[in-house]
Design a protein. Structure first.
Length: 302
């Protein structure tokens, strides 16, 4: 009996060692490319740090954070990021869910439509933004049509009032396909018997959606909202495409985000300590909102 137990222990030990060996490359890369830079950025945020002249680097304590929260450009970038996150994420999640439900209903050519919706996600954001810039120029068909609803007939990406909305439109259009696929995967895990039982009980399509589909998609929705929020906070390529040769955030900071702010401070103005402080604030924003979403969606076990 003891020999058999010893044999089982050896097998488990062998499996554990094998598992760690397979995980080792990923863990090592994560430590090198994520954990170490994150820790380094945290320490740099307490310094006056410049790669060009490292001899003058020195500790400034909370100086960068004090300066950050007195910077009107930081508040503008923070406001724009918050608008994008709280507008873009719910909108793209809702549209993706609706499209996924329609495609999951068994319509004809659903594989073709699924491909059509997903293709924008794999296209370069710079290329997408460039094409949209031609579509949203003053007096084009789309801009004239939207002006019927009270919007200005102007070049959207050059207008202070509509430039951020232009970024949001591009981003939502490109991201829907990915979240649609995620929701499709979630919908296909819901047992058909559950819907059949509800039909016998006289449930309408609306009630099936409210009492079956939405509750059983909670884990998927949590992922979609959290991942979508993280990505929306990191919008950069579309802003860079709109700015072109101008300063990031053009026109006049209307499209500035936390990521463009930290990029400018760190690599354009070479204030790495100041840029790292804004990166830490960005990390904390994402972390706190993720915790709130986790609590609201009832996923304390994740």
């Amino acid at each position: 009996m003891d020999k058999r137990l010893a044999g089982i222990s050896k097998d488990k030990l062998s499996e554990t060692i094998t598992a760690y060996l397979f995980l080792a490359p990923t863990i090592i890369l994560w430590l090198i490319w994520f954990f170490y830079p994150t820790v380094q950025s945290f320490f740099i945020s307490f310094q006056d740090f410049n790669y060009i002249n490292p001899a003058k680097n020195h500790f400034v304590g909370l100086g960068n954070y004090v300066k950050l929260f007195r910077d009107t450009y930081f508040y503008l970038a923070f406001k724009n990021s918050a608008i994008l996150v709280f507008f873009v994420v719910p909108l793209q999640s809702f549209i993706a869910l609706v499209v996924a439900i329609v495609l999951n209903s068994g319509i004809k050519l659903r594989n073709l439509f699924r491909t059509i919706y997903y293709v924008p996600y794999v296209i370069s954001p710079i290329a997408v933004a460039t094409v949209f810039m031609y579509l949203f120029v003053q007096d084009t068909a789309i801009v004239k049509f939207l002006s019927i609803f009270g919007l200005k007939n102007v070049t959207w990406f050059a207008d202070m009032d509509q430039a951020l909305a232009f970024i949001a439109i591009i981003y939502v259009w490109q991201q829907i396909g990915f979240y649609m696929v995620v929701y499709l995967g979630g919908l296909q895990t819901i047992p058909a018997e559950t819907y059949e039982s509800s039909v016998i009980d006289g449930a309408t399509s609306f009630k099936k959606f409210i009492y079956i589909t939405l509750p059983m998609l909670k884990p998927v929705t949590f992922f979609v909202l959290t991942y979508g929020m993280i990505n929306a906070f990191q919008i950069f390529d579309q802003v860079a495409a709109v700015a072109r040769s101008s300063t990031l955030g053009s026109p006049a900071g209307a499209t500035s985000t936390l990521v463009t702010f930290l990029y400018l401070q760190s690599f354009r103005y070479m204030e790495m300590g100041y840029g790292s402080a804004s990166a830490v604030v960005l990390f904390l924003c994402i972390f706190i909102i993720a915790l709130i979403q986790k609590r609201l969606t009832g996923h304390d076990e994740i």
